[in-house]
Structure formats: C-alpha cells, structure tokens
Design a protein around this ligand. Structure first.
Ligand code: ZN
Ligand code: ZN
Length: 665
C-alpha cells in the first residue's frame, strides 16, 4: 500500500498495517499525539487497517476534528460507566454534533443525583486509566438486533430501524457496545481530560409524550491544560453572565408574566436609549431617514411577503372582530356581524417598509431611499430563549435601502464605513467579515447574483478588508455580508449584517421610474449594525463586565462628601456637572468614605469626585477613576473639564471637533 503524507513524501506500508502502525513508523511523538486519521479527506479510526492507496493526514487531539473525536469517545466512556454502575440502565443516544461537548440520554428510572455524577465521574476515570481499546466491527442488522436484545436494550431496535442499508457498525469499549459510525480514539487513554457538566431531564426523541430520560452532559479534551483553560473561561463567563450582572447593576430583569421578554430598569433603559441615540446620531451623516411604522398589521401584509407561509410558527397573531371595522366601514355592521380580520404582530420591519415604499411613486432621483426603524419586533421563539441573547421582543438598529442595481456598490461601501465607525466607538476591535454567496435553492437571475456578489467582494477588496468566503451560505433571496465580533472572553458574535434581497421587491411589485421613463424594479438591502439591541446589550455587558465606556455609563460621576460638612459643596459640584451634560449624582448616605467608594466601584462608575474639608476650603475636588487611579486634587474648572471630556457621545464629540476646526475647503 502506498500512502502520500502531507509533506509530499510517499511511503510504502505492508498490507494489513493500521494507520497507528504508520504513525509509529514515522515517530513515537506522532503516534502519541494522533487520535484519528484522514484518508483522502475522510476521517477514519487510527486502529483501522489502511484499505487503499491515498493521502494520509494524522489528526491530533488539539485539532478541531480531533477534539470532536475525543468528546465523542468520552461520550461512550460515559455510557460505559453508567452501564457498569446502574444495572438495567437503558442507553439511547448522544448528539450528532460534538463541537461543543457531549451528552448521552439514559433511562435509569430516576433522575441522577450529584452523588451519582461523582460515582460516574470516578468510574469514567477508571475506564480511561484502564486504557480500554475501542473496537469497531461491522455486523448485519439482525446480528446487531440480537446483541442489543441480549443486553436488554429497549431503545436500540428503534434506532436500528432508522439506519439505512443492510449492515451497521458497532463500537465496543470494555463491556459497552453501541451503534455508531465513529471514528473513535484507539483506546480510552487518549482522552486526556474530561468533566461532567451536569444532568437534566430529557425525553426520548425530544418528545414530551415519550419516555422521560436523564441526560448527562460533559466536555473532554486532549490534555489537562486544555480542561483547565476551559474551566477558567467558564468561571469568567459565569462571573460576567449578563443575567447576573444585569440584576446586580440594576439594568435588566425578567418576569414569568412575560417569558423571554426583558424589563429594562431605569439604568438599563438609560443605556439602551443611549445606544439608540448613538446609532441615530450617525443617520444624517450616512443619509438615513428614520420612520415609525405600525406594530400590528393585517395578516395580508405577511401573505404578500411570504412570512405567513414560511414563518408563521414564529409569529404572534391577533384576531379582532367588530371593532376592526373602522373607517368607511364603521357602523356598517351590527354587533357581532362584522367579518373577523386576522392581524399579525410584526416579527421584522421589512414587509412594512415595502408597504411604505409602495405608497408613493418613486423616481430614480429619489434613490437610494434609506429608511431606518427602531420598531419593536416580536418573535415567538421556542425553547432556545436565553437571557437577553435570545428573546421574544426586541428591536434592531434596522434599516432598508431601496436602490438601483448600479447604486449597490456605493451603498455597500458606505455601510462598511458605518459599521467601522460604530464598532470603533464601542471598542470592538476584533472583527471578522464573511461573505455568504448563492445557495443551491435560490430565486433571482444568475446575472443579478453575480453582480451583487462581485460588488460585495470588490468593495471589501478596495477597502483592503480581509474576508472569509462562505459559498452556498447566502439566503435564498440574495448574498450577504456578516460581521463577526470577538468579545473579551474570546467568543465570536455575529452582530452586523448586510443582505441583498431580490425577493421582496418582486413580491411587492416595487418599482421606480428610471431616467429612461420606464419602470424598473429596485434592489432592497437589509442592514443592521449592532443587530438586536437586546442581544447586543447582553453581549456588550459580558464583554465589558459592566464597565461601560464613560459615554454609555448610566451614571457617569458620583460626588462623594467625606462628611455632612461637605454636602453643600458636593451638591454644588453635582449641579455644575449636570449643567455640562454629565449624568451625576451625590452620595447622601451616612456611610464611611471607604464604604462609599466601594459602593461606587461596585456600581462600575467611571468617576468618583471626593469632597472633604480640604476640598471645601480650597473650592475644588479630588477625582478617582473606576480602575482605582487617583487623579488627586483638581480645582473646579479643571475637574469639570476632565470629567466632561470623557462623558460626551463620541459621534457628538467628533462633530463638535470638526466644527471647531472650521470647514475644510
Ligand atoms: Zn458514538
Ligand atoms: Zn429587513
């Protein structure tokens, strides 16, 4: 057998040798590090014999695919331990995707207790220490059925029936046998480290009418160091969890009376509105006009847009009877006689903006027509809701651009500038751009797709921006740009997006009169910068740990009198700050100075202005920053200037600086 290695060298191996033999012949280090192999791009077991000539790549536990193999193998070890510890345990299955972790659903007749998990953990460690081999075999379905029947496994026949073909593959480690496509590590010892992360109830096939099951979750790694860094990351994430911070800082809360719908408390609403004001402050510069559109529409609108057909399960509907007959029809019906009208709460702004566009005849001179909308949206999200990250009511910094085809490129370029400006002001530096292109199932002519995709790529290249191409991942109605931002915990979030849409203008029959006096169809661009503001609020809260940039802090400065003697002077300073547009308060509590400072630090306040007898006497103030920096005593004008310098919204500050410089000729 001849194999080609990644460095281009060709190696002759005896028939019957395994990939592990090959790795060993190259070097003991490689054999130790490898957890699987790839033959001509296909992932295979290291312990399998090399079946044919081809290109061989060894996959290590640190590689993403290798890490998947380790987690999947740990999942089998978990089941091995459960079967050993719980007589008659019924095993079902784990997830297909092991990119984040692993789980396995069991039926042991009762929920797992924390003590159970400890025992399972210890048993798994034993299996790994025993370094039991993973053995793969191919059997016919009836043979597999017999094996599982002997093991008394009641879910396996059903799973077996779903698998197409005559034969199936089984993997065995120690006494545990499972239906599985693999691949797996050659032996359990390759699982360097694992951690069970919890147990919870589940149902067979996710169906609440079927057998209740108990799910155990875990993570696994190639070595202990990776597990430790994962645990550190988890601790950080826990400390920064936006739900926890949101409550502690008095920003946001939730009630079961409105599931998955946030209540922004006064401080949170302040920050939220500042985000809106900030984005709004850029709209003149980029040529957007803000509109306010209805919350509830006749369902007809969504029939035209296609959402009624394709998105109804995520929408809220409302029916209204006689009171719905307003306008000319008012009074035309007796009580209970009016036809019922079906209404829908908007899940997005786009259809309403198309209706708005339709109200007037547009000339090519009006285009591009850019309408922005902070409209409240409602989506009937299912179980996947999470804090502010996935909610049922939210608003986006949303806008739609209706333009002619030859205007697209300029609009795209302007949007990239807008995104850069916004992310820069929020201090989001690590931005990755993806360009998602035409999927197999799509609408619109190929020339249209070609033009839009080329425009997007050209704009990015001209701006010197690197981007990843995501072939086939565009929406069915057009290609799109996605802006992915890395947060302080190294997690990536998709925030901004620009989507070209050939579909909605078609469905709504939108037109403009061209310079040739003929009617043309405009292109619609959907675009958002921060995306859902609720989600961005959550992301940003975790990114900053609640220490917002000064311009966004709900309370920017707190004046702290050391004793009551300084209270009058403190009040004077607060009033002077407020006059300069600073959001300032005075600490009226009778606490000791240390406690007052600690309180202000916990509230993540950017500025603490401390007033004692000395400050009263000299007329100034001492300043401390959030990070503990002590600026010492400053006279009043200097102190006010120092605070006001940081508190202004960056877009306003830039505009003022430009005005100061005078017009550029
Ligand atoms: Zn498996
Ligand atoms: Zn849209």
């Amino acid at each position: 057998m001849k194999v080609t290695l990644p460095d281009g060298s060709v190696k002759e191996v005896p028939t019957g040798s395994t990939f592990l033999d090959l790795a060993k012949s190259i070097g003991p280090g490689l054999a130790k590090a490898a957890v699987a192999a790839k033959l001509d791009g296909e992932l295979v077991d290291l312990q399998a014999s090399i079946p044919k000539d081809g290109r061989v790549v060894f996959i290590r536990g640190q590689d993403p695919e290798g890490a998947d193999v380790i987690r999947h193998s740990a999942e089998h070890v978990l089941a091995t331990a459960v079967v050993r510890l719980f007589a008659g345990a019924q095993v079902t299955m784990g997830p297909a995707d092991h990119s984040k972790g692993f789980y396995y659903d069991f039926d042991v007749g009762r929920p797992f207790t924390p003590e159970d998990l400890e025992k399972i953990d210890a048993e798994m460690k034993k299996v790994i220490a025993e370094d039991v081999p993973f053995v793969r075999r191919e059997v016919t379905k009836p043979e597999a059925g017999k094996i599982f029947a002997e093991m008394g496994q009641r879910f396996k026949p059903e799973i077996l029936a779903w698998i197409p073909g005559e034969t199936v593959t089984l993997y065995q480690d120690a006494n545990f046998i499972d239906l599985c496509k693999g691949p797996h590590v050659p032996s359990a010892g390759k699982i360097g480290a694992f951690k069970l992360t919890g147990a919870a109830g589940a149902y067979w096939r996710g169906d609440a009418t079927k057998d209740p099951l108990q799910r155990i979750r875990g993570v696994a790694f190639a070595n202990k160091k990776e597990l430790e860094s994962y645990e550190k990351q988890m601790e950080l994430a826990k400390a920064r969890d936006h739900r926890k911070l949101g409550r502690e800082l008095g920003l946001v809360n939730f009630s079961p009376l409105a599931p998955a719908s946030p209540f922004f408390l006064p401080k949170g609403a302040k920050v939220y509105n500042l985000m809106v004001d900030y984005v709004r402050s850029l709209y003149d510069k980029y040529g957007y006009q803000e509109v306010i559109t209805p919350q509830i529409f006749s369902a007809e609108l969504f029939k035209t847009s296609g959402h009624y057909e394709n998105y109804a399960e995520n929408m809220y509907f409302a029916e209204a009877g006689h009171e719905a007959a307003g306008g000319e029809e008012a009074g035309a019906f007796g009580p209970g006689e009016a036809p019922t009208v079906e209404y829908a709460v908007k899940p997005m702004n786009c259809p309403g903006h198309c209706a708005l566009y339709q109200m007037d005849l547009h000339s090519f001179r009006d285009l591009p027509w850019r309408v922005a909308d902070f409209g409240r949206l409602h989506r009937a999200e299912g179980d996947a809701t999470h804090g502010l990250m996935r909610v049922r009511t939210f608003c986006q910094d949303d806008a739609h651009i209706f333009c002619a085809e030859d205007q697209m490129a300029a609009e795209m370029a302007s949007f990239v500038d807008l995104v850069d400006e916004v992310y820069g002001d929020f201090g989001l530096g690590d931005v990755k751009i993806r360009l998602a292109t035409r999927p197999e199932k799509r609408m619109g002519a190929d020339e249209q797709w070609e033009r839009a995709e080329t425009d997007l790529a050209t704009v990015l290249k001209e701006k010197g921006r690197a981007f990843d191409l995501a072939p086939g991942e565009g929406a069915f109605y057009g290609p799109k740009l996605e802006f992915h931002v890395k947060d302080a915990l190294d997690r990536s979030w998709q925030l901004g997006t620009l989507q070209v849409d050939f579909n909605l203008p078609e469905r709504f029959g939108l037109e403009y009169v061209g310079s040739d006096s003929a009617r043309h169809r405009p292109i619609m661009l959907h675009r958002a910068i921060l995306g859902s503001l609720e989600r961005f609020f959550g992301v940003y809260l975790e990114h900053t740990g609640g220490i917002f940039p000064t311009w966004l802090a709900p309370e920017q400065a707190r004046v702290i009198p050391v004793t009551d003697r300084a209270l009058a002077h403190a009040e004077k300073i607060r009033a002077a700050l407020e006059e300069r547009g600073v959001r300032a308060t005075t600490d009226h509590s009778s606490d000791k100075l240390g406690a007052k400072i600690r309180e202000a630090q916990l509230a993540k306040l950017p500025f603490m202005l401390i007033v004692g007898d000395k400050e009263v006497e000299k007329g100034g103030v001492s300043i401390r920053l959030q990070d503990g920096t002590d600026l010492g005593y400053l006279d009043l004008p200097a102190a006010l200037a120092r605070v006001a310098e940081d508190t202004e919204m960056p877009s306003h500050k830039r505009r003022r600086d430009t005005q100061k410089q005078g017009p550029v000729v």
